[in-house]
Design a protein around this ligand. Structure first.
Ligand SMILES: [Cu+2]
Length: 301
């Protein structure tokens, strides 16, 4: 990597402080002149208007040209900063960020997936933004990047984590009940640690819990019986549940067939007391992974 790359943090901060600086000078300057004029030209000192000036060409030009230069400068640096955010440096590592109600999955080029975004420190990372359901927004305050994730639309951000450490990722677009649960992090590792992390577990098949996490199930369903946006997985299998099917309530016993149906078409039989908000997973989960997850849920009775 070239050491001269400007980071997104630098690109945004420079523009921010420029505009902030201009604003402070204007605020203080205008307020000071206003106060001075209020005192200096108070009507008790000047009961009658004394000035006969109708227009003043030089003044008119000055207060037209100066602000124009100022706002054009702000525009120029703002545009340059925007381009810096859109032009990904060469050699960036590519990752796919998948957002859904209400969890994140990060997928790497070698097929590894994780809930947190692991990156090598000091290297540019390009993040492809994919939403599986509604509007979300990928927001990392530490790197000054925030970009909406629109279903069906390709988008991206890039950043460099300057040093190893943990940096917050938020969803910055209100996306429903579990919106506040969409907190995760960028975990920047020293490059050699990252390479080791990426290689590890590459060949071993993900276990069922990992699959549940990867497909976002654990964003709404707990494994320990605690109540989240959806019913807990614990103690589900084999129990009788009151469900709402096409508007009428009925009782059914949770079996493998019901679990399958509730993943693929969750709105068919919704457990009473929970809103029908889970998205359909029809066609989005490979058959063998679905089997593994259902099999695992049966063991949680
Ligand atoms: Cu969201």
């Amino acid at each position: 990597m070239t050491p001269q790359i400007q980071t997104t943090t630098q690109a945004v901060d420079q523009v921010f402080f420029l505009i902030f600086g201009i604003s402070v000078v204007m605020l203080i300057g205008i307020a000071a002149v206003m106060v001075y004029f209020t005192v200096r030209y108070h009507h008790r000192r000047h009961p009658q208007p004394t000035s006969q000036v109708r227009s003043h060409l030089l003044l008119e030009i000055t207060w037209t040209v100066l602000p124009t230069i100022l706002v054009m400068a702000m525009f120029y640096y703002g545009w340059a900063g925007y381009l810096a955010l859109r032009n990904v440096p060469e050699g960036a590592m590519e990752v796919k960020a998948v957002a859904r109600m209400w969890s994140w999955t990060f997928e790497y080029e070698n097929g590894r997936a994780s809930e947190r975004l692991y990156v090598p420190a000091g290297r540019p990372v390009k993040v492809h933004l994919v939403s599986e359901d509604v509007l979300h927004s990928f927001y990392v305050p530490a790197f000054r990047i925030k970009r909406d994730m629109v279903p069906g639309m390709d988008n991206y951000v890039w950043f460099i984590a300057p040093a190893p450490g943990s940096y917050h990722i938020f969803c910055a677009e209100y996306c429903g009940t579990g919106h506040a649960d969409m907190i995760t992090s960028v975990e920047a590792l020293p490059p050699e640690d990252f390479t080791a992390w990426l290689a590890e577990a590459k060949d071993q098949a993900p276990d069922a819990v990992e699959l549940l996490r990867r497909h976002g199930c654990l964003g709404c369903h707990s494994l320990d019986g605690s109540r989240m946006a959806g019913p807990s997985f614990k103690g589900l299998y084999g129990r009788e549940k009151r469900v709402l099917s096409e508007g009428r309530e009925r009782t059914l016993v949770v079996d493998a067939e019901y679990l399958r149906r509730s993943i693929l078409q969750p709105k068919t039989d919704v457990v009473v007391g929970y809103p029908p908000i889970m998205p359909d997973y029809e066609g989005r989960i490979p058959e063998d992974e679905l089997d593994a997850m259902v099999e695992f849920l049966r063991t949680l009775e």
